[in-house]
Design a protein around this ligand. Structure first.
Ligand code: AHM
Ligand code: MG
Length: 338
């Protein structure tokens, strides 16, 4: 039974025994993420006040402009996790390759790797719109005490031990799951404490919001076009409402609370879509399923995809189960009209 006004710290301690391999390590890891999130939140909040906006002049591995706050958030998470000697490896959207921590040191007994998108939706920063951090945690597959390898990071999403996001919105929240449902904690900035504000979050089975960049409409596969037309059709509870922030965490968060579907399909130019499987889609898919929702690439369960590359992309359909199933139905029908 949850106590009133429970803090994230108290929640982590109380639920530690639920973890499959309870040694306190995962709890300490989530605690470190909580700490880094406060540091990043502080910086994001003052973005409009200080001269920190604008491109840092670097390009990240995907050839996109890197914003200064992306760099800051990347360093904050990496430093916090590295200094606390809590993980054996980190992969980040902002790093070409994974980072091995205390590579090969037999004293490094840590068993977890973290994959992270330190500041997702960063094109929204300049216009004071919500951004987020996404994280995914796995147990390494190679033996403890040996150097981490790519194999430790290239695991299917169904092997995730925990995943979550931080939303830097009108309030700052941490939403995460260790495989026992999804819980959301809101930061009280006055005292720097997160409180359990959204226990046991659930995607409504049905929803009436669809979130997609319709500017790409003409380039979408026929199945996606058909589904969008279905959403717009006047029948029963339709037409649905269109809401698209262009910040995955924010769009997902709203849809989980209100009921909806988020889509980033393939386009003629980008057959694998835009979003990254390992540190964007997998953690969100894990959360979606934990909250009773569904995540698909249009045909397959996201969490069952065996990754082959650290930065690989995948088409993404995620949200209320009935809506994702209907989108999959349209995809299948268009691909195979028989
Ligand atoms: P980023 O990792 O470069 O920030 O891109 C990911 C973001 C998502 O948060 C968002 O849903 C999507 O890109 C928006 O893309 P678009 O502007 O093409 O609609
Ligand atoms: Mg991103």
């Amino acid at each position: 039974m949850a106590i009133r006004n429970q803090t994230l710290g108290e929640f982590i301690i109380e639920n530690q025994s639920e973890f499959k391999y309870s040694s306190g390590e995962l709890s300490r890891l989530i605690n470190s993420i909580r700490l880094a999130a406060k540091v990043v939140n502080h910086e994001v909040n003052k973005a409009g006040l200080v001269d920190i906006l604008g491109a840092a002049g670097d390009m990240n591995v995907q050839g996109e402009d890197q914003q200064k706050l992306d760099v800051f958030a990347n360093e904050a998470f990496i430093k916090t996790l590295t200094n606390r000697e809590i993980v054996c490896g980190i992969a980040s959207e902002e790093e070409d390759d994974f980072i091995a921590i205390k590579d090969g040191n037999p004293n490094n007994q840590h068993k977890y790797v973290v994959l992270i998108d330190p500041l997702d939706g960063s094109s929204n920063i300049d216009v004071n719109v919500s951004v987020g951090t996404i994280f995914s945690i796995y147990r390494r597959v190679t033996p403890v005490g040996t150097p981490v390898t790519q194999e430790d990071f290239l695991q299917a999403g169904n092997k995730q031990v925990a995943a979550g996001y931080i939303i830097y919105g009108t309030s700052t929240m941490i939403v995460y799951s260790t495989g026992h449902g999804v819980n959301g904690f809101t930061l009280n900035p006055a005292i720097g404490t997160y409180y359990l504000s959204h226990p046991n979050m659930q995607f409504p089975k049905e929803g009436n919001i669809y979130s997609v960049n319709e500017g790409n409409y003409v380039h979408f596969p026929q199945g996606v076009k058909d589904y969008i037309k279905y959403c717009q059709m006047e029948e029963g509870d339709r037409p649905y409402t269109s809401r698209y922030i262009g910040s995955l965490v924010s769009d997902f968060h709203r849809n989980m609370i209100k009921g909806g579907i988020y889509m980033y399909p393939s386009t003629a130019k980008n057959p694998d879509g835009k979003l990254r499987l390992l540190y964007e889609c997998n953690p969100m898919a894990f959360l979606a399923e934990q909250a009773g929702g569904k995540a698909s690439d249009g045909f397959r369960r996201i969490l069952d995809i065996e990754p082959t590359e650290l930065h690989q992309r995948v088409p993404f359909f995620c949200g209320s189960t009935s809506m994702v199933e209907k989108a999959e139905y349209c995809m299948k029908k268009a691909a195979d009209p028989q």
